[in-house]
Design a protein around this ligand. Structure first.
Ligand code: AKG
Ligand code: FE2
Length: 284
């Protein structure tokens, strides 16, 4: 076994200043659990029962089909053996437009965020803007369906609001043990807690970092870090993503790859995005 592979330790911080965040976590691309980033959010008091009371009869599009709120809450608060329904990666502004102000203010660590705004080409603008939306993940006991990295090399903040969440995390240099599906952003390993080592022998060399995120805590997941989650019971959380000077060049590389069927457009566009990034970084 190569001696250089060690599980990474993940700090838990509160009262973290912006400058410390940038120096110790954002620039070195090191995950950190921040225990007080969302303390002022109204969403800090979200519970399954609160949703039941506030949205009677509301139809939800879960991964198991359409359900009304009451049935959904019953299902996610009952710990059966089968995974229950999952309201997964849905834009908060679409599903609960009246709750957008519940996730304000945006934590200072997530600024500036260059994912909003207009980037001339409609398709690219939409792609970036979509990543900038706050998404909700509501579910009962279950595993997040896949070990993955996030799209477009964005950095993510996962904000746990109700219940616990177990995370399994691997740094980018362990990708060689993780059986990436081609050049997609997913691993072929269905469950890192019960890996089939005959099928995935290199995984034996991986050194996962495991941690629990409690309600009120957020984790900063830098771009390129592999992660998956499991929840032992009902869980409410949001995820939002950022791009700025710290990861812009990686993001532009991804956009360029996506346009690779039109090489001229891809290189012009990449030049434009890099230039825009440069101007934005001067504006700070
Ligand atoms: O909140 C979770 O359980 C995982 C979310 C996540 O990693 C994602 O949406 O990309
Ligand atoms: Fe993710």
């Amino acid at each position: 076994m190569p001696a250089d592979v060690k599980a990474v330790e993940i700090d838990r911080r509160s009262n973290l200043s912006y400058d410390e965040f940038v120096r110790d976590y954002l620039m070195p691309r090191k995950p950190v659990v921040i225990t007080d980033a969302t303390a002022e959010w109204k969403a800090a008091s979200w519970t399954p029962e609160w949703f039941r009371e506030h949205y009677p009869g509301k139809k939800l599009l879960t991964d198991q089909g359409e359900m009304v709120m009451e049935d959904f809450i019953d299902a996610i608060t009952t710990n059966g053996d089968e995974p229950g329904p999952f309201l997964r990666e849905q834009p908060l502004a679409d599903v609960f437009p009246d709750l957008v102000d519940h996730v304000q203010p945006t934590p200072k660590y997530a600024l500036p965020n260059w994912l909003g705004g207009n980037y001339l080409l409609g398709r690219v603008t939409q792609r970036l803007n979509r990543e900038s939306q706050v998404e909700v993940n509501f579910c009962g006991k279950r595993i997040f369906p896949y070990l993955h990295i996030d799209d477009l090399h964005v950095h993510a903040f996962i904000n746990q609001l109700y219940g616990d969440k177990n995370l399994v995390v691997f740094p980018p240099d362990q990708e060689r043990f993780l059986y990436r599906k081609g050049n997609q952003r997913f691993s072929e390993i269905p469950d890192v807690d019960q890996p089939d080592l005959e099928r995935f022998p290199l995984f034996a060399q991986a050194r996962p970092t495991r941690m629990v995120l409690h309600a009120g805590e957020s984790v900063f997941m830098p771009c390129g870090w592999w992660h998956t989650t499991r929840v032992p019971g009902a869980s409410l959380s949001t995820v939002f993503s950022i791009a700025n000077a710290s990861n812009w060049s990686d993001l532009v590389g991804d956009v360029e790859n996506e346009l690779s069927h039109r090489p001229k457009l891809a290189s012009m566009y990449s030049l434009f995005l890099r230039g825009t990034g440069f101007v934005k970084s001067l504006g700070r």
